[in-house]
Design a protein around this ligand. Structure first.
Ligand code: HEC
Length: 151
């Protein structure tokens, strides 16, 4: 647990990540963007504040089959391995097969009456969180992957 945490915060707090690591898919058309270091830092801060409790190192505590690895995101319907799709998930979360509305089960900005913790999140904040997740899939080979040492 301690080692995992160190590794996670080590990557998250890195002062400067290479351009290559900060270059991530924007949409499902294959377009990419290079996120600034500042945006990556903001995403890291917000992810730790709101998401890490369930998604430590990109895993999903209560549903390990639906983690935040690039592969898991790519295989969701519709695919979630890009910034815009992740922003959409944070507004309108759906089940992995896209069939069910999860807005009562997963935190999101569309239902601030239920999920007050996300009430003040702007579109830029959501984009920063989405970017952070995708940067982590570039930066950390263990991000979202099952490992022998489960947290
Ligand atoms: C209280 C626990 C909890 C918190 C907090 C939480 N999540 Fe989740 N998240 C889950 C669970 C459980 C699932 C699996 C849902 C399912 O069954 O499809 C999930 C699924 C996801 C998925 C879909 C992954 C995939 O492979 O398709 C994304 C994206 C996601 N969460 C992002 C976030 C972000 C971003 C935050 C913070 C803003 C967050 N989650 C906060 C529990 C949580």
């Amino acid at each position: 647990m301690f080692l995992t945490w160190q590794c996670f915060t080590g990557t998250a707090n890195a002062l400067s990540l290479s351009n290559e690591i900060r270059t991530i898919p924007l949409n499902d058309l294959g377009e990419e963007i290079t996120v600034s270091n500042q945006e990556a830092q903001l995403g890291s801060k917000l992810f730790v504040a709101s998401c890490t409790q369930c998604h430590i190192q990109g895993k999903t505590k209560t549903n390990p089959d639906v983690g935040l690895s690039r592969e898991a995101l790519a295989n969701a319907i519709p695919q979630r391995d890009n910034v815009l799709a992740l922003v959409d998930y944070m507004k309108y979360p759906t089940s992995y097969d896209g069939e069910d509305d999860l807005s009562l089960l997963h935190m999101n900005t569309d239902r601030p009456d239920i999920w007050s913790e996300m009430r003040n999140y702007t579109d830029d904040d959501l984009k920063a969180i989405a970017s952070y997740i995708l940067i982590q899939t570039n930066a950390d080979p263990k991000w979202g992957k099952r490992t022998l040492i489960e947290p």
